[in-house]
Design a protein around this ligand. Structure first.
Ligand code: PLP
Length: 362
């Protein structure tokens, strides 16, 4: 089976995990710190805080910016479900923006949704493709709000020659099993803002306190335990140490697929380098294609065949918002594998099977 993704680990990574187990320092030791430092050097951010997953990191990021009671957060409707749960758990109202042809958030849609209660915009790097970060930065600055980049799928992606994360207030990565760099479960946020950093660290560990002299005088925000495992961190670090080689293989596979399928692809853009978490295409009979590819031992995934503005968590509580482009795309989009264990032969096989599929006519 050609899986949609495969985990990466080297002998060094495995030996570092064994070492972490044997060291008996299973929480908040040197491995998590090294991972945080590595993400800082990759993104150019001053601070990073690792979590048990990226969903927790998004929630904490939102809580760290101290949203007021009626705060609204704008996010694309075509994204992973964490966006809605994290926004709600942070006590905010989700507001759904439409997307463009490249599957990332439409900056005009974002602008049209700003209100005096908007506190943050989440720009998601869909399938690893960098969102329109400079434009979102500009919008956030004009509105005096925060720009949070959900780069859960995009570690290794570059924009204008540098790793993404240079223009966001907070950037978030996931180390979930299917990500380019995974360790099973894990996530991290990075920021230049020392207040957000300290609040995030406190929320990961229990609560934010007002400190008076040497004792805690008052609890100002209740967190919970969201720590990352010291045993898993070496696996994520292992992947990050090899991130550009891993991304190069994905990029090569994506460009082969692009040639074999011979259709324009919105993520082949000069100045932006996708991390190619997957290779999304549009197909009129998406579900039929997914089934057909499955029978040919190719795991294709309908990422994302749902939209968050259709989620009951949202529909029952908030005013309805249309996202027509996202709706149209969600009916046709399908992700193909281009991961680091695949080569030209696999890409040719996948492309041939995609072309071979003919939907049954009614
Ligand atoms: C865009 C996006 N945001 C957030 C997440 C949540 O990551 P995690 O599974 O680490 O909580 C994912 C993971 O699938 C994702 O793809």
């Amino acid at each position: 089976m050609i899986n949609i993704n495969e985990p990466y680990f080297s002998e060094q990574g495995v030996s570092d995990v064994v070492h972490a187990i044997e060291s008996k320092q299973w929480v908040m030791g040197e491995n998590v710190k090294k991972l945080e430092q590595k993400v800082c050097s990759l993104t150019g951010m001053k601070h990073a805080v690792a979590f048990c997953n990226a969903t927790a990191a998004i929630e904490v990021a939102l809580r760290a910016i101290r949203p007021h009671r009626k705060a609204q957060v704008i996010t694309p409707s075509l994204t992973f479900r964490s966006a809605i749960t994290s926004i709600l758990r942070a006590g905010c109202e989700p507001v759904f923006a439409d997307i463009t042809e490249d599957y990332t958030v439409d900056t005009n849609s974002v602008k049209s949704l700003l209100t005096e209660d908007t506190v943050a915009i989440i720009g998601t790097d869909m399938f690893g493709f960098p969102c329109h970060a400079s434009k979102l930065r500009e919008i956030a600055d004009t509105a005096g709000i925060d720009f949070i980049e959900d780069a859960s799928q995009a570690i290794g992606a570059k924009s204008q020659g540098v790793h993404i994360g240079r223009v966001s207030d907070i950037i978030i990565f996931s180390f979930y099993a299917t990500k380019n760099v995974g360790c099973g479960e894990g996530g991290i946020l990075a920021t230049n803002d020392s207040v957000i950093y300290h609040r995030s660290k406190d929320l990961r560990q229990g609560a934010i306190y007002e400190w008076e002299h040497s004792y805690m005088s008052e609890t100002v925000a209740v967190g919970t335990n969201l720590r990352m495992s010291e045993i898993l961190a070496p696996l994520a670090l292992d992947g990050l140490n090899n991130i550009y080689d891993l991304t190069a293989v994905r990029r090569r596979n994506a460009s082969r697929l692009h040639d074999y399928l011979d259709t324009p692809h919105p993520h082949n853009v000069v100045g932006k380098l996708s991390s190619w978490n997957t290779y999304p295409i549009l197909h009129d009979d998406r579900d039929g294609l997914v089934e057909f590819l499955g029978k040919s031992d190719i795991q294709a995934k309908p990422y994302y065949d749902y939209l968050l503005n259709y989620d009951p968590l949202y529909q029952k509580r908030f005013a309805w918002q249309e996202t027509p482009k996202a709706l149209e795309i969600s009916k046709r989009i399908v992700s193909l594998p281009v991961h680091h264990k695949l080569n030209d032969i696999h890409m040719k096989f996948i492309a041939e099977k995609v072309k071979e599929y003919e939907p049954a006519t009614a």
